[in-house]
Design a protein around this ligand. Structure first.
Ligand code: 1GP
Length: 235
């Protein structure tokens, strides 16, 4: 699947087909588990495997993705906590800007640091606006990024932030309640954001049941990301 992750998502979004990504955090998964985990992901018919974590030991993502590639054909998308997680072994990279935050480190500094790792890489780079919504926990992304999330009740701010991201040229918008969130992104935010976007919408954080997954899709999520519930064998 060369250079086609974004096209695949765009086409599915236009057709109203719903996509699923399973998030694997190399920090929480051992290399020995990868074969069994890959089978579970294939059984779920997930469209993508996202790989990333807020704090992964330098260089380990590379090894982790290499091992995953030996076990599955499902496209692997790096969802990096920082630039050290960029690896050429994957298919694509979500080139994230944390638009809900006001910390330059995650708006532009990390992106600049990633450039030497990307220059000669064949990774598909996908400009993605990343928006944190309050998931009711002090998630690792909040701790690491030292930013405040958008409150669940501030629908307008979430919508305006997403639209600003689209105007800035982002190809995807990712609404994130944070891994392990108590409360997933609420339905009103998903549907109001979706109404204003003409680019695909990713939603993740705190989705633990088939019902919640369905709700997110029905409100307009094109791609849902599930991490914790997969780790806990709930999917
Ligand atoms: C986190 O959106 C993902 O970045 C997934 O969150 O672990 O809560 O499923 P969960």
């Amino acid at each position: 699947m060369n250079k086609s992750v974004l096209t695949y998502i765009q086409k599915a979004s236009k057709k109203g087909e719903k996509l699923l990504a399973i998030l694997l955090d190399p920090d929480k998964t051992s290399l020995e588990e990868i074969s069994a985990i890959s089978k579970r992901i294939e059984n779920l018919k997930a469209n993508f495997i996202f790989v990333g974590g807020s704090t992964v030991e330098n260089g380990f993502t590379n090894l982790f993705v290499e091992k995953l590639k030996e076990n599955t054909q499902i496209p692997i998308v790096i969802f990096p906590g920082d630039y050290s997680q960029v690896t050429n072994n994957a298919d694509a990279l979500l080139f994230l800007s944390l638009l809900s935050g006001r910390n330059p480190e995650y708006l532009i500094e990390q992106q600049i640091k990633a450039v030497p790792h990307l220059k000669n890489s064949s990774l598909e780079i996908i400009p993605t606006g990343y928006i944190l919504i309050d998931g009711g926990t002090n998630s690792s992304v909040l701790k690491v990024s030292k930013t405040s999330p958008i409150p669940q009740e501030n629908v307008q701010l979430a919508v305006d932030t997403a639209v600003a991201g689209m105007y800035k040229g982002k190809q995807l918008i990712y609404l994130e309640a944070g891994s392990g969130a108590k409360i997933p992104v609420n339905e009103q935010i998903i549907s109001e954001v979706k109404k204003e976007l003409n680019i695909p919408l990713i939603v993740g954080g705190g989705i633990r049941s088939k019902e919640q997954l369905k709700k997110a899709y029905n409100c307009g999520a094109d791609l849902v990301v599930i991490g914790t519930a997969f780790e806990q064998n709930k999917f």
